[in-house]
Design a protein around this ligand. Structure first.
Ligand SMILES: Cc1cc2nc3c(=O)[nH]c(=O)nc-3n(C[C@H](O)[C@H](O)[C@H](O)COP(=O)(O)OP(=O)(O)OC[C@H]3O[C@@H](n4cnc5c(N)ncnc54)[C@H](O)[C@@H]3O)c2cc1C
Length: 279
């Protein structure tokens, strides 16, 4: 379908982009890779009157690691996939759609879009990362735990632009990523990411993130608590993973009932933890 008419600007600096966004009011929208926004416009589920295209803002691209890892908001999924030092982030990015989509879609767009079926939101939550946003009120850092509010709803203000994403160094953490879909390039029916920091044969720390198990990405805190400080074995992982669906509220759809998604969460959680623990 053809989207409704809209105005379009492609500013040369972040300040100009912020100004254009403010002047455009609540119906102005930022355009990054366009791989979520344009389809929504074509389906007439989104009808911005002004698109502020960020494509000329090269300062918002690239990955810098200096203890903490800083990723520019316009960095594509393909660039993240190719940086294997990013560990879990690189693995999760490699499962997004196909390479063509990954060359266009950006990390900032994926997080700002706030779709709980997207791969990167739950990963940012498990990594305890954050986004940096600039708007009329200045710059602020928003922790992943405070970013995702509801389905397709984040705590970003309409005049804010995500400039970068920050995650702690992946050093010392084993990771696993398990995504279940009908075809390899589909969105996740359910996905589970796991991070394990080992101490001897035990789990010093554990983090588990769930994709598409509710209106927002979730942490499987019951699993984390059950395994933290425990010896790592097939038995302890299987027992902890049984709690993966606790507190979740997935919706049934054409692919799976809510109960089947909860079953998937438990199975994928055990697999992701086994991978992360390198058993
Ligand atoms: C065929 C297909 C399959 C896909 N499969 C998957 C998949 O399996 N897993 C997955 O995770 N994703 C998938 N996607 C989505 C893809 O990852 C998108 O690229 C991503 O969700 C949005 O990124 P974008 O840069 O394209 O954002 P856009 O579409 O440009 O923008 C999305 C939203 O974010 C806002 N926005 C964008 N950038 C910023 C910013 N810097 N600051 C503030 N707001 C911003 C926009 O205003 C808009 O509301 C798929 C897309 C397609 C087309």
């Amino acid at each position: 379908m053809i989207p409704p008419e809209f105005d379009y600007v492609a500013p040369a600096s972040l300040d100009e982009a912020l100004q254009a966004l403010q002047q455009g009011g609540e119906d102005a929208k930022v355009l990054a890779g366009g791989h979520s926004l344009i389809p929504l416009m074509k389906l007439r589920l989104a009808f911005p009157t002004l698109l502020v295209d960020l494509r000329k803002l090269d300062d918002l691209r690239g990955i810098r690691a200096n203890g903490e890892v800083t990723i520019g908001a316009l960095t594509t999924h393909a660039e993240i996939e190719d940086d294997k030092g990013l560990g879990l982030l690189a693995r999760a990015a490699s499962t997004i759609a196909d390479r063509q989509v990954r060359h266009r879609g950006t990390i900032g767009g994926s997080l700002a879009h706030g779709d709980s079926a997207s791969d990167l939101p739950a990963v940012l939550l498990a990594l305890e990362g954050s986004v940096v946003a600039r708007g009329s009120g200045g710059e602020r850092t928003i922790a992943a735990a405070d970013l995702f509010v509801d389905l397709w709803t984040t705590s970003l203000k309409p005049d804010e632009i995500v400039t970068e994403v920050r995650v702690p160094s992946p050093e010392g953490w084993g990771f696993g990523y398990q995504k279940f879909n009908r075809r390899r390039e589909d969105w996740a029916m359910v996905a589970v990411c796991a991070l394990v920091r080992k101490s001897g044969d035990g789990a010093e720390d554990v983090r588990v993130g769930l994709t598409n198990m509710g209106p927002t990405p979730l942490r499987a805190t019951a699993v984390e608590e059950a395994l933290r400080g425990q010896p790592l074995s097939a038995e302890s992982i299987a027992s902890a993973a049984e709690q993966a669906a606790e507190g979740t509220s997935p919706t049934g759809d054409l692919n799976a009932t809510a109960e089947y998604k909860q079953h998937l969460a438990r199975v994928l959680c055990a697999r992701a933890l086994t991978e992360a623990a390198q058993l």
